[in-house]
Design a protein around this ligand. Sequence first.
Ligand SMILES: Cc1cc2nc3c(=O)[nH]c(=O)nc-3n(C[C@H](O)[C@H](O)[C@H](O)COP(=O)(O)OP(=O)(O)OC[C@H]3O[C@@H](n4cnc5c(N)ncnc54)[C@H](O)[C@@H]3O)c2cc1C
Length: 275
Amino acid sequence: MNETIDLLKTKEEPKVLAGGQSLLALMKLRLAAPKNIIDITNLEGLSYIREDKDHLAIGALTIHDLVENSQVIREKFTLLSDAASKIGDQQIRNRGTIGGSACHADPAADLPTALLAADAHFVVEGSSGKREILPKDMFVDVFTTSIEHDEVLTQIKIPYFLPKSGSGYIKHSRREGDFAITSCGVVIAMDTTNNVCKDVRIALGSVASTPIRFKNAEEYLKGKTMDEKTIVEASQREAEGADPPSDMHGSREYRLEMIKVFTKRSVKLAMSRVK
Ligand SMILES: Cc1cc2nc3c(=O)[nH]c(=O)nc-3n(C[C@H](O)[C@H](O)[C@H](O)COP(=O)(O)OP(=O)(O)OC[C@H]3O[C@@H](n4cnc5c(N)ncnc54)[C@H](O)[C@@H]3O)c2cc1C
């Protein structure tokens, strides 16, 4: 790691290479032309999924396939395995890494949205030492995070969800494996004695320059009895910060409408998984 940080600091226009599934694609399209590539693929100790005292720790080089199929993630952080399972195809899931996806910060990508809903913290190491980036500070703009140029993402920490929680992530795309037109990740904690929502986080993908939290829907749901009417009402709140583009996959109006549809479905999916 020290050598990597040193190279990032001293080399001209360096770029870290993890799974290469986004960086190489950008280079082929001539949208990126780093002067120096620092291959971290074989750095030891950065691929793991570990249950620590108060959080789940995922090493930055953990590939999507491991996130999708990890038993602990499937059981306790299901929205992350949902999201990982929807990425591209099996070859991409065998090479691409969770850290690479977070650092690439594509607003249409799956894991950044799920990680925002999961309240993930991002541990980075650089020449000024180690620091932790809060979920609200990580994604700054399209393809831009708050990670500095001489820093490497080493770990993603996900605080354990509250008891009686469930989670889910749904991606809406034209074909299996395409990037999302709209996506939604939800973590909900319930009082199962009276079906009341104790806490909820909802994140939306592909509707702004970064994944965003759907705060108005969250606030509406907290403390409410979770019936169909309440869920529909919540999904129809204004999603502040949503500013989707019109493109060949769907108009702005269509995408805004899909926020309602997929919020509703994702909340229901998360509720169906409450344990
Ligand atoms: C055909 C195709 C389809 C795809 N479909 C989807 C999809 O449906 N959904 C989806 O979410 N993604 C999709 N992807 C992208 C895929 O998820 C990538 O794996 C991911 O975006 C990048 O991870 P990586 O490990 O390959 O990173 P790389 O491509 O190696 O790196 C991406 C960027 O992150 C930086 N970086 C990587 N790791 C670190 C680190 N530890 N610290 C600091 N900087 C770092 C690199 O410098 C680079 O700027 C697709 C890719 C392809 C080629």
